[in-house]
Design a protein around this ligand. Structure first.
Ligand SMILES: [Zn+2]
Ligand SMILES: [Zn+2]
Length: 175
């Protein structure tokens, strides 16, 4: 991973959200696992309606990642951006200077949606929507953002990459 050329790790929040498993109460669990993106003191328990909106945001991220043409990407990205309320500010709370995209006092859902929309759209407009993809490992449909220098990524994770390498090796031995 080389984030220096990408300027923002907020896109990783978007990807993680799109890939999050959706068992009961997955939204507060997700928010707590990514609490570095939320202003200290933000209430991370959402109402059922807010949780449904978080799921809608996750669906839109996936829709952008699986889009097959630039017009599709633009339409879906704009649907996602319409949910955002950006009011960026610079911070170095973790030691590194970076931007947060939502106002500090925004509720958790607004912080989530705004950070995800801004992080994803920045990468798409700066590096191309082809940088987003779906894992090609069998049985996995996670989405990913390809931050490799030569845009060669095909898997969501090292786990899927090595699983596929092993499967291909076995298939070759059989043949
Ligand atoms: Zn931060
Ligand atoms: Zn995968």
């Amino acid at each position: 991973m080389d984030y220096d050329t990408f300027g923002s790790t907020a896109v990783e929040l978007a990807i993680d959200l799109a890939n999050a498993g959706r068992d009961a109460d997955w939204v507060p669990a997700f928010l707590r696992a990514h609490d570095e993106w939320f202003e200290a003191g933000t209430v991370l328990d959402l109402t059922p309606a807010e949780a449904a909106q978080a799921a809608e945001t996750a669906d839109l991220v996936r829709a952008v990642a699986v889009a097959g043409s630039q017009p599709e990407v633009i339409e879906r990205l704009n649907a996602l951006l319409a949910l955002a309320s950006p009011q960026p500010y610079a911070t170095d709370h973790d030691g590194a200077l970076h931007l947060h995209y939502a106002r500090r006092e925004a509720p958790a859902l607004e912080q989530l949606t705004t950070t995800v929309a801004m992080g994803l759209s920045q990468v798409v407009v700066q590096h191309g929507w082809q940088r987003l993809g779906v894992c090609t490992a069998e049985g996995c449909d996670n989405v990913y953002v390809d931050t490799s220098r030569n845009a060669s990524r095909r898997y969501c994770s090292n786990t899927c990459a090595s699983r596929s390498t092993v499967a291909a090796y076995r298939a070759r031995r059989k043949a």
